[in-house]
Design a protein around this ligand. Structure first.
Ligand SMILES: NC(=O)c1ccc[n+]([C@@H]2O[C@H](COP(=O)([O-])OP(=O)(O)OC[C@H]3O[C@@H](n4cnc5c(N)ncnc54)[C@H](OP(=O)(O)O)[C@@H]3O)[C@@H](O)[C@H]2O)c1
Length: 248
């Protein structure tokens, strides 16, 4: 119970990596608020998590939603020790055909959303808190059709450095987790069958040195480490958890 007595916010806590992280933070003693756009998905996640969880409906691209989220968290939890700014989207953007609307959907959720989530909850953060951002292995490689997504995640990687520098006087550490391809709903096509998804996951696995996609819990374990005092000497850094894909 390394997080006993601590409070946390996980954006995008209703699914995938955020849901796994919320579970793990709670299992380790924290009280956790999970944020997302869909009330229904949040309620389902809260039920699955059990434990001490506060669902908060908020779209991270909306500054008024983020202000309401802060009030909600302040009323229920008082202050925050941990923020996992994880909410994000992924879409292909081929150079020749990507449209402006898709550019804004990606940049608004992945860049604006992360920046203003941190800004919104800053007054609730206790000195010595830990902020964890979710970037991606794509932030350092050139992958065809992924220009905007990769650039959005490179911006998030940069935030970990600048935000850490700016929050030094409050001893607030900002680090990033950098997942490889992780089996979450973000990879699932709208009408994709389970069989089609398994075939996709197997294909992706062949591109990974470890031979498989990752599990959300494998990212959650890094989030737990960065949230806890075990990582007290880390700031502005990135933990790459990608089965070796960007390194080997
Ligand atoms: N899975 C991977 O392979 C992978 C790899 C590298 C990085 N990542 C990053 O990991 C993060 C989580 O992705 P995931 O794979 O766990 O995907 P996921 O299962 O689709 O979860 C995304 C979560 O973000 C929430 N969300 C999306 N847009 C939002 C918005 N505007 N405001 C508030 N919440 C929003 C979603 O809830 P609602 O839809 O209900 O709002 C959901 O809870 C993302 O930032 C993604 O880029 C994932």
């Amino acid at each position: 119970m390394v997080l006993e007595g601590k409070t946390a916010l996980v954006t995008g806590g209703s699914s995938g990596i955020g849901l796994a992280a919320a579970k793990m933070l709670i299992e380790n003693g924290a009280r956790v608020a999970i944020a997302g756009r869909s009330e229904e998905r949040l309620a389902k996640a809260a039920q699955e998590i059990g434990g001490d969880v506060l669902p908060v409906v908020a779209d991270v691209t909306s500054l008024s939603d983020l202000a309401a989220m802060r009030t909600n968290i302040e009323n229920a939890l008082g202050s925050l020790d941990i923020v996992f700014a994880n909410a994000g989207v992924a879409m292909g953007t081929p150079l020749a055909t990507a449209d402006e609307a898709t550019y804004h959907r990606i940049m608004d959720a992945n860049v604006k959303g992360v920046f203003f989530t941190v800004q919104a909850v800053l007054p609730l953060l206790r000195d010595g808190s830990s902020i964890i951002l979710n970037t991606s292995w794509l932030n350092q490689v050139g992958t065809p059709g992924r220009a905007i997504l990769s650039a959005s995640k490179a911006a998030v990687r940069s935030f970990a450095r600048t935000m850490s520098a700016e929050l030094l006087d409050r001893r607030i550490r900002v680090n990033a987790v950098s997942p490889g391809s992780i089996e979450t709903p973000i990879h699932r096509g709208k009408d994709q069958t389970e069989e089609e998804f398994r075939a996709y996951a197997e294909r992706v696995g062949t591109q990974v040195p470890l031979g498989r996609m990752g599990r959300p819990e494998e990212i959650a374990a890094a989030v737990l480490f960065l949230a806890s005092d075990a990582s007290s000497y880390m700031l502005g850094a990135e933990m790459v958890i990608d089965g070796g894909r960007s390194e080997l």
